[in-house]
Structure formats: structure tokens, C-alpha cells
Design a protein around this ligand. Structure first.
Ligand code: AMP
Length: 188
């Protein structure tokens, strides 16, 4: 099994080669073709089994392929990745940035325990992929700095942990602001 055979674009294959990824992990082999085909997904696998690339690679390919969006004005997030903790937000954003190094997509993180100001500035500058913890995202939604009406792909990373941490009410409020019939990818 190779990444080529999963149908990934050359820009992503180059980034994977740079990362020395040669063989897809089982969750990647199963999830990537289904997500590329536009299916909603619910994936479950242990920590450290390559889940970030399992949702990140098809997400990037779909965003890169659809260039119908107007290039003028600051871009609103087209993909939203919700994560339970600040540590995971940083880790996921780092991975997505490394997979997207040959694509022109901006990845921004927002999480609690850090100042709102720099996050507001980043959002204002334009974002393609937003990696966020639920509580801080709600703060940004309330002050109008985060707009979710352009979200095309939604990922709930470690969804079970977010529920354990009591984020269900926040998640419901966020999902209510994401346009209906967007592609959800749930990973736990
Ligand atoms: P994750 O479960 O997404 O946190 O990934 C765990 C670790 O495995 C990270 O260090 C990834 O960079 C690495 N990784 C993910 N997929 C692959 C792969 N197909 N080949 C080699 N390393 C990988």
C-alpha cells in the first residue's frame, strides 16, 4: 500500500516524502479514500496511529482542489478542526502545516490561556484552516472575530475526550453556526 494508491495529489505526496512517511498506517489507508470521495467519516484508533494525517490529508486535498472561492478580501475558515486541548491544537496545526507546505493554505490556532488580541489579528488577516478549542472559539464567535459560515469541512478530533471534558454544550453551539451538509470527519 502506498500514499499514491490512495489518490493523493503530488503536492501532498512530496510533503509526505519530506516527512519520511512511506506507508500509510491502517487508519490512513481506510479513511483517506473515503474522505477524498466526499463521505462523512467516524474514525477510531489509538493515540499515535496517524489520525492527524488520516483526516488532514484529505482535508487539504479537498481545500486545494476547490479554488472557486473569491481571492479578494480576508479569507474565512473553510475547514474547522475542533480539539480538546491547547497542546493538541498546537500539535495538529504543526502537522497540518507540514503536510501543506507545498500548498498555499493558512493554518491558524485559537485556544484558551493565551491572549485574545494576537488571535483576533490572525483571524482578521485571513484563515483557511482553523484549529480551535471549543471554549475559546465561542469567545471569538461572540465578539465576531471568528466566522464559521464558510466552513466546508468539520473535524472533531478526540471527540470522545471533548465530550468527557464537558464540551458538549459548546460543541452544539459551534455546530449550529457551521453551514448544514458540510463534510464532517470525526476522529477519536
Ligand atoms: P498522530 O497519531 O497523528 O499523532 O501521529 C503519530 C506520529 O506518527 C506522528 O509523529 C506522525 O508524524 C507519525 N506518522 C503519522 N503517519 C505516519 C506514516 N504514514 N508514516 C510514518 N509516520 C507517520
Amino acid at each position: 500500500m502506498t500514499f499514491e494508491s490512495l489518490g493523493l495529489a503530488p503536492a501532498l505526496l512530496r510533503a509526505l516524502a519530506d516527512n519520511n512517511y512511506t506507508t500509510p498506517t491502517p487508519i490512513q489507508a481506510e479513511a483517506i479514500p473515503l474522505a477524498l470521495a466526499g463521505n462523512d467519516l467516524l474514525g477510531g484508533a489509538q493515540t499515535g496511529t496517524g489520525k492527524t494525517a488520516a483526516f488532514g490529508l484529505p482535508l487539504l486535498q479537498r481545500l486545494a482542489a476547490d479554488s472557486t472561492k473569491p481571492a479578494t478580501g480576508p479569507r474565512k475558515p473553510r475547514a474547522l478542526i475542533l480539539v480538546p486541548t491547547r497542546e493538541l491544537a498546537v500539535q495538529v496545526a504543526d502537522s497540518i502545516r507540514s503536510y501543506s507546505r507545498y500548498l498555499r493554505l493558512n493554518v491558524t490556532t485559537i485556544f484558551g490561556g493565551a491572549g485574545m488580541g494576537p488571535q483576533v489579528d490572525n483571524l482578521r488577516r485571513g484563515v483557511d484552516i482553523l484549529v480551535a478549542t471549543p471554549g475559546r472559539l465561542i469567545d471569538h464567535m461572540e465578539r465576531g472575530s471568528a466566522k464559521l459560515d464558510a466552513v466546508e469541512i468539520l473535524v472533531l478530533d478526540e471527540a470522545d475526550r471533548m465530550l468527557d471534558m464537558g464540551f458538549l454544550p459548546a460543541m452544539k453551539r459551534i455546530l449550529a453556526r457551521v453551514p448544514a451538509q458540510r463534510q464532517p470527519l470525526l476522529f477519536s
